[in-house]
Design a protein. Structure first.
Length: 490
């Protein structure tokens, strides 16, 4: 047996001991009431009992204990037009979310029917006292309202609408809730009841240099509502495989019900740990990749007649709870971000989640996701999980300023971190592919513009050893050679 496999066996033994110690208590804390017949699904019991159907007609989004997705950016505009924004500081973002989310919840809860409006109202609203949220990926408006604790009627004026950008506006005679629909780019608005003293919180914040792209001089690259921050330095992040820590992995496994239902466990020759229970099989390889397969139907002793969990909103909420309580349980300084939902057939949904750390999305090698969770016929039937642990360091790396990066990319830019197999990740603009190479031929936009942006980029890098070249994705192209940080046009 090789050394890697031997270590895996040792880890498996530690995991089993940890699971045994935690089995009688931890899964109750992680996933809910121990009285449920299957611990892993106790967190979904509210969804299963909510009566949601495929079309959702006449029903409401279930108000569950599932924590809602956090926005990637929050901007508060006061009566003087000064903007205070938080985008990359996750601690400050969580603090500001805690102070403002109730305002969004009350707005959703008291909103009249949404009706399409025009871009003029939207842009004017951003100049008035308001609270503005941007999410990393489109979210169903009904689901979003549920995350704020509001019961948004399904099948109503928001049926089928998704958004990333929304704001509550206090500047006019009426308090308005507005959002931009992600698919069409159209704008929608609804009147809400007065929010009273809560609307005064915008006056507590002054400006901190945040601007929307349309407020800058020159072109804003087709995305006028991108939020531009003054920050140029972002932290370096350490990355590791947490499944080598038996105690941490044991917390996750006990939550899944492994200790309570375990029938057998073994370690394969390559070091993969396999756990077989009464209802599922779980395999975790030495690299931290895991596969969960449901092998038996759920027995709902508390409510055997509960309808199948088949609405997309309920499926996404259940899938997110599963991701948060597996890979999200031991990911350190990172969080879990919903990035997409697909439907294979009626009632069968797969939700994809990525890690988010220090305000940026983590791009795992091989195109993997932090979690891909499939919900079918009211049950979570499979999960593909990639366990990683992240630690934000005090070391920083300077990037091209957002305004220049936005112009170079031709679209909204997002902070990203790439998992390349090492122990550290450096920040990068996801839309500007950073190449770590001494000599490379690149495809870029017209030469003069590219050279100007490239020089600013190299200056901003300050000689960072990990950054040597930049590739800009654009339909119009020219060739450029960069050698050891020196630009040479071909």
């Amino acid at each position: 047996m090789n050394a890697r496999a031997t270590e895996a066996v040792k880890s498996a033994v530690i995991v089993l001991l940890a699971v045994s110690a935690l089995a009688l208590g931890s899964y109750v804390e992680i996933f809910g009431d121990a009285g449920e017949s299957v611990p892993f699904f106790s967190v979904f019991s509210g969804l299963l009992r909510s009566g949601l159907t495929d079309d959702g007609a006449g029903e409401t989004v279930s108000e569950t204990a599932v924590v809602g997705e956090r926005p990637m950016c929050i901007v508060i505009t006061n009566a003087y037009g000064e903007r205070y924004g938080v985008k990359y500081d996750t601690a400050q973002l969580e603090l500001l979310y805690g102070r403002t989310s109730s305002v969004l919840g009350e707005a959703f809860g008291s909103a009249s029917d949404f009706a399409e409006t025009d871009e003029t109202e939207w842009r004017d609203a951003l100049g008035q006292p308001c609270i503005y949220y941007t999410y990393p990926a489109p979210v169903g408006v009904e689901l979003l309202g549920g995350w704020f604790g509001a019961a948004v009627s399904a099948g109503g004026s928001t049926d089928g609408l998704n958004t990333r950008r929304l704001c509550v506006v206090f500047g006019g005679e009426r308090v308005r809730l507005l959002f931009q629909e992600s698919g069409t780019g159209a704008f929608y608005g609804a009147d809400t009841d007065s929010l009273g003293e809560e609307s005064q919180m915008v006056g507590l914040y002054g400006g901190n240099g945040v601007r929307f792209a349309f407020e800058t001089d020159g072109e804003y690259a087709g995305d006028p509502y991108a939020v531009l921050m003054p920050d140029t330095a972002h932290p370096v992040v350490e990355i590791s495989n947490p499944t080598t820590d038996g105690e941490k992995l044991g917390e996750v496994l006990s939550g899944l019900g492994v200790g309570n239902q375990l029938k057998s466990s073994y370690t394969e020759p390559d070091g993969t740990m396999v756990f077989v229970t009464n209802t599922f099989k779980l395999s975790i390889d030495t690299g931290g990749d895991a596969i969960y397969r449901r092998t038996a139907a759920i027995v709902r002793a508390d409510d055997a007649s509960a309808p199948a969990l088949t609405s997309v909103n309920a499926a996404v909420s259940a899938a997110r709870a599963a991701a948060v309580n597996t890979v999200g349980k031991i990911c350190g300084d990172a969080g879990i971000v919903l990035t997409g939902v697909s439907q294979a057939e009626p009632g069968v949904y797969t939700a994809s989640f990525e890690y988010g750390v220090a305000g940026g999305e983590v791009h795992l090698s091989g195109g993997r996701s932090a979690a891909r969770v499939t919900v079918s016929g009211g049950e979570i039937t499979s999960m593909l999980l990639t366990f990683r642990r992240f630690t934000v360091t005090d070391e920083t790396s300077a990037l091209l300023p957002e305004r220049q990066a936005l112009a170079a990319a031709g679209q909204e830019i997002t902070l990203g971190y790439s998992d390349t197999g090492g122990s550290e990740m450096v920040p990068e603009w996801a839309e500007l592919l950073i190449i770590r190479s001494k000599s490379l031929i690149l495809t870029a936009k017209p030469l003069g513009t590219f050279l100007a942006h490239m020089r600013m980029f190299l200056a901003a890098c300050g000689g960072n050893r990990n950054i040597c070249a930049l590739l800009i994705r654009h339909d119009i192209s020219c060739e450029l050679l960069i050698e050891n940080g020196e630009i040479r046009a071909i």
